[in-house]
Structures are given as structure tokens and as C-alpha cells.
Design a protein around this ligand. Structure first.
Ligand SMILES: Nc1nc2c(ncn2[C@@H]2O[C@H](COP(=O)(O)OP(=O)(O)OP(=O)(O)O)[C@@H](O)[C@H]2O)c(=O)[nH]1
Ligand SMILES: [Mg+2]
Length: 536
């Protein structure tokens, strides 16, 4: 007999009473042991049930990942979302300021072009010391344009590449010059101190020209607007909420600690317009809200000026379709009491860098899954950041992949030789074929359908950029269904094992349609999550 059996065997001389007592003790020990096992099992089960739902948002830059996250916040933590609205004011002011700056840059380039043609045609009449493009605010150029400008414009207008600028437009341009500094001021205000690289030079996506060797047809200038990015969804909000002017009740007279001093605009002020002079004292203020408010009339004049629209049209600057477009809301956004609406928050643009985790519990008002914990990971979408996604592939419940199908005529900001739609397709293939993700449910959002619709109805032909589109009708329904079929086929072909696939046509800035889609996606994810928890 082995030593263990020997040790637990009853004594050979055991009496009947001793036997009964021993058996009762053994029975009790067994009962206690089973009770402990059951308790451990229950604990393990409830731990599994408590495992947070993990959702990863993927897609190229500007595909709408952070906007989708904001929609989740709006739907499932509505109180927190509403409370944070005031924090987005500075981001939206920055978006508006950037749009104005893009316009000023385009006008400046056009003015240089006008001047060039003018100088060429008047080279005998003037000795012009600085050939080549000049800045519109250089006094020499201004004098040329303002002196006998009837002649100048008349002469310039002979050339089809010129667009005459009125005196009023030139004045508005000069008066808006200090807004360039406001951009820096707002960036300083938004960037948390630890985000020392929070501002850097990035470029707006150029228009893709399939007949031009992938070269962007947008004028490629050296001084492109900067774009603010954040490393975490919370750090900038903490930073901003600590500063006085980020309060829900803005006090325009109390400067925030993060604000820098704006150079005086007195040099840019023109004596011709004395009526607006006192208001322009706001430029000496430290408060972006007050500065932007004082520019309201000029921004309105700029945006409604037909010559400006013509310059933008010729230079293919389609601001209405760009991220963070608020030029149709100037009066509201420049108001001293401006509080962003939910819609404004969804339309605001703030680039993500790195991966930010958003943890939340569904609020009671969110319905039956209230109390369950969610973790949504929102990644930066530029190419250099793709390797940073991989560690988040583990233990993920679902992925929402966003492909902005409106970007068929654009190139990547980070690589101007790559068409944005082609890049989305490559990324989608990469995600579908990844072995780590073979059992993860994939949800595809073919996003920005609203912009796709307006592009196609403005006459831009999809077949010019996507040859395989062929003779199909150039409307949003046909185009979006075509893309859906293509992406779905890629999923089937590239997935290592068959999997469930959910495809949606979305415009994630739109509250009404997105609410329904996110509710279905949430239900599906919760269902699969519970199933997985029971299986483990
Ligand atoms: N019109 C329209 N705008 C959209 C849509 N989806 C997103 N946007 C806007 O596009 C811009 C970019 O969206 P984001 O959510 O910041 O993009 P992202 O994928 O997080 O980009 P990165 O952080 O750079 O990776 C924002 O200004 C959004 O409001 C859409 O469906 N329609
Ligand atoms: Mg983002």
C-alpha cells in the first residue's frame, strides 16, 4: 500500500462508535470543502460577468473615431457630456480661427498672383524692387493695389487668373491679421503643460488629383495652419477646467493663467474705420472670447464676400467639408456668452495622438445595461501611430472600424502620395487578416456619407477617382452601397476564419441616425460579451 493511502486509512482496531464518529467528521469536512468550492466558483463567475466591455475604435486620421466616442458619451453618460460642453468652447474658437486663417492664406496667395500679373503688365511704369510673390500686408504691395487701383484692378482683371479685391476686402484682411496670433494663444490655452509637443505643424488634407501623378492640386505653401493634438481625452479637459475662463459662466474680464499676451492690433487697424476702433481695444485683452467677439463683423464680411468664395473655389479649398467648420455659425460662436451645443461638440475637431482610454459606467438613464463598465479605446489614426494600436488588440470585445468614404478625392496629410480611400482599404485588409483579431467582431462604419452626398451632387465624379466604379450612377445611395459591397468582400476574403460582420453607412456627426446605430452596436456587443463570459 502506498504511504498516502496508508496515512488516511482507518485504524485497524477501530470500534463501531469510533467508526461512526470518523465517518460523520469526514462527511462534515466534505460538506465544508464543497461549500468553499462552490463559493469560489460563484466568485469567479461574477468576476467574469463584471469583466468590462472593451471596444476599440480604429481608422485613419479624421475618419471620425473621436466623434464616435463623443456620441457614446452623449448617449450613455449624458450628464457628464452636457457638463463638459463649456470646455469645448476654446476648441471651437480655435477651429473657427483656423478656418479664417486658411481663407487669409488663400487670399494672400491670390493677391500675390494678382500683383505678379499686375507687375508684369506694368513693369515699365513702376520700378518694383521685390519680384515674385509678396505678402498682402507689405506696404509697397498695398500701395500698388490701393494707389490708382482702378487701373490696377482693371489691368489685373484682364488676366483670367486674377480676381479683383475691393478696398473693403483688403481692409478686412488687414484687420483680421491678429487672428493668427489668437490661434497660438488658444493652442497655449488648450495644451496641458505636460503636452510640450502639443502643437506642431501639420497640413490640411490636399485634394487628390488622379491625373496629376498623385500630386495635390491644392497650393502647397510653406506656412500651412498648425493643428492642435491631444494625447489624452481627459488631460486637456482637466487643464482647461482649472483655468478661470473655462467656467460654464464665462467671465470675459478675468484672464486665464494659460493665456499669452496678444500683440496689439493697432498697426493693423486702419484709421479709415474709426467706428470699429474702440471695439478693437479687445485685441489688447488676454481673453480669446473677447478678441474673437471683436472680430465678428470682419469674419462675417470675409465669409460673405463673393471674391473670397471665388478664390476658395478656384483654389479648391472646400472649407464646408473640412473638419471643424463653424463659418456658418459665426454669430453664435463669436458671442460673448457662447456655450457649445451638443451638435457643436460633435462637429469640433481635436486631433488624437497616442491611445486614450475612456472608462465609464452606463448611467441609469442609458437603460437596461446601466451599471455595466465599458472601456473604449480611441487611437490616433495617422500612419506612424498604427504600431501603437497592437497592444490593445488583446482581450478586446469588438472593433469599430471607420472608413471615411467621402475622402476618395483626398490624400493623406502624412503622405501626400497616398489616396485616403486606398489607405482605408489597406488598413481594413490589415485588420481583417490580423490573427490576434480573428475572433473579434468587426463593425464597419462607412462614414461621412453626408459629405460623400454633397461632393457627388456638386458634380465630382467618383469614377474619375475609383476606376472600378465604372458607369454606375453618381449618387450617394449607389456609391455607398458599392463601397459596402467592396468592404464586405474584403472582410470575407481576408478573415482567417469566418466571423460575424456588421456594416453601417454613417454620418457620425448626425445625432438622430447615429443614436439608432450605436444602440444596435451596443446591444450586439453586450450580447456577445455575455456569451463570452459564460464560455470562459
Ligand atoms: N460632416 C461630417 N463630419 C464628420 C463626420 N465624422 C466626423 N466628422 C468630423 O471630422 C472631424 C474629424 O473627426 P475625428 O473624430 O476627430 O477623427 P479621428 O478619427 O478621431 O481623427 P484622429 O484623432 O486624427 O485619428 C471632426 O471635426 C468631426 O466632427 C461625418 O460623418 N460627417
Ligand atoms: Mg481622434
Amino acid at each position: 500500500m502506498d504511504p498516502l493511502t496508508l496515512a488516511i486509512a482507518p485504524p485497524p482496531d477501530e470500534s463501531p462508535e469510533q467508526k461512526t464518529r470518523r465517518e460523520a467528521e469526514e462527511q462534515e469536512a466534505k460538506r465544508v470543502s464543497e461549500a468553499i468550492d462552490e463559493a469560489l466558483k460563484q466568485e469567479r463567475l461574477s468576476d467574469k460577468k463584471k469583466r468590462p466591455v472593451k471596444l476599440l475604435l480604429l481608422g485613419q486620421s479624421e475618419s471620425g473615431k473621436s466623434t464616435t466616442l463623443r456620441q457614446f458619451q452623449r448617449l450613455y453618460t449624458p450628464t457628464a457630456f452636457r457638463q463638459e460642453r463649456a470646455l469645448w468652447r476654446s476648441v471651437i474658437q480655435l477651429n473657427l480661427t483656423r478656418s479664417v486663417r486658411i481663407i487669409l492664406d488663400a487670399l494672400e496667395a491670390q493677391l500675390a498672383q494678382n500683383t505678379n500679373y499686375y507687375v508684369q503688365s506694368h513693369s515699365n511704369a513702376y520700378s518694383y524692387n521685390q519680384p515674385g510673390p509678396s505678402s498682402f500686408h507689405e506696404s509697397r504691395t498695398m500701395n500698388i493695389m490701393n494707389d490708382d487701383n482702378d487701373n490696377a484692378n482693371e489691368s489685373a482683371s484682364f488676366h483670367p487668373a486674377t480676381i479683383p479685391f475691393s478696398d473693403h476686402l483688403l481692409l478686412v484682411m488687414r484687420r483680421l491679421l491678429p487672428l493668427r496670433h489668437l490661434e497660438a494663444l488658444l493652442m497655449a490655452k488648450l495644451a496641458p503643460p505636460e503636452e510640450d509637443e502639443a502643437t506642431r505643424l501639420t497640413f490640411p488634407p490636399p485634394v487628390y488629383d488622379p491625373h496629376n501623378g498623385h500630386r495635390p492640386s491644392l497650393n502647397n505653401r510653406s506656412s500651412q495652419p498648425q493643428e492642435l493634438f491631444v494625447r489624452s481625452n481627459t488631460a486637456w479637459k482637466h487643464h482647461l477646467s482649472r483655468t478661470a475662463s473655462a467656467s460654464t459662466h464665462p467671465n470675459p474680464h478675468r484672464p486665464s493663467s494659460a493665456e499669452a499676451t496678444l500683440p496689439s492690433a493697432s498697426t493693423a487697424n486702419n484709421n479709415n474705420n474709426n467706428q470699429k476702433a474702440p471695439e478693437r481695444d479687445a485685441f489688447n485683452s488676454h481673453d480669446p472670447t473677447q478678441i474673437i467677439h471683436s472680430c465678428r463683423e470682419d469674419i462675417l464680411d470675409l465669409w460673405h464676400e463673393p471674391a473670397v468664395r471665388e478664390v476658395l473655389r478656384r483654389r479648391k479649398v472646400r472649407l464646408e467639408e473640412s473638419p471643424g467648420f463653424f463659418l456658418d455659425d459665426i454669430e453664435r460662436v463669436t458671442s460673448l456668452k457662447y456655450l457649445p451645443s451638443e451638435d457643436d461638440v460633435l462637429r469640433a475637431r481635436l486631433k488624437t495622438v497616442g491611445v486614450s482610454e475612456y472608462r465609464f459606467e452606463m448611467e441609469l438613464s442609458a437603460g437596461k445595461e446601466s451599471g455595466s463598465e465599458w472601456r473604449i479605446y480611441d487611437v490616433g489614426g495617422t500612419r506612424s501611430q498604427v504600431p501603437a494600436w497592437v497592444p490593445f488588440f488583446e482581450n478586446i470585445d469588438a472593433i469599430i472600424f471607420l472608413a471615411p468614404i467621402s475622402a476618395f478625392d483626398q490624400t493623406l496629410v502624412e503622405d501626400r502620395t497616398v489616396n485616403r480611400l486606398e489607405d482605408s482599404v489597406l488598413m481594413w485588409k490589415m485588420i481583417c487578416q490580423n490573427k490576434m483579431l480573428s475572433k473579434v467582431d468587426l463593425v464597419l462604419f462607412l462614414n461621412k456619407c453626408d459629405i460623400l452626398g454633397s461632393k457627388l451632387s456638386s458634380g465630382i465624379r467618383l469614377a474619375k477617382y475609383v476606376r472600378s466604379y465604372g458607369e454606375r450612377s453618381n449618387d450617394v445611395d449607389t456609391a455607398s452601397k458599392y463601397f459596402r459591397t467592396k468592404f464586405s468582400a474584403i472582410q470575407r476574403e481576408y478573415s482567417p476564419i469566418p466571423r460575424r460582420f456588421y456594416g453601417y453607412l454613417t454620418s457620425v456627426t448626425d445625432i438622430t441616425t447615429t443614436s439608432g446605430i450605436l444602440a444596435s452596436v451596443r446591444d450586439m456587443i453586450v450580447r456577445e460579451h455575455l456569451k463570452q463570459s459564460r464560455l470562459i
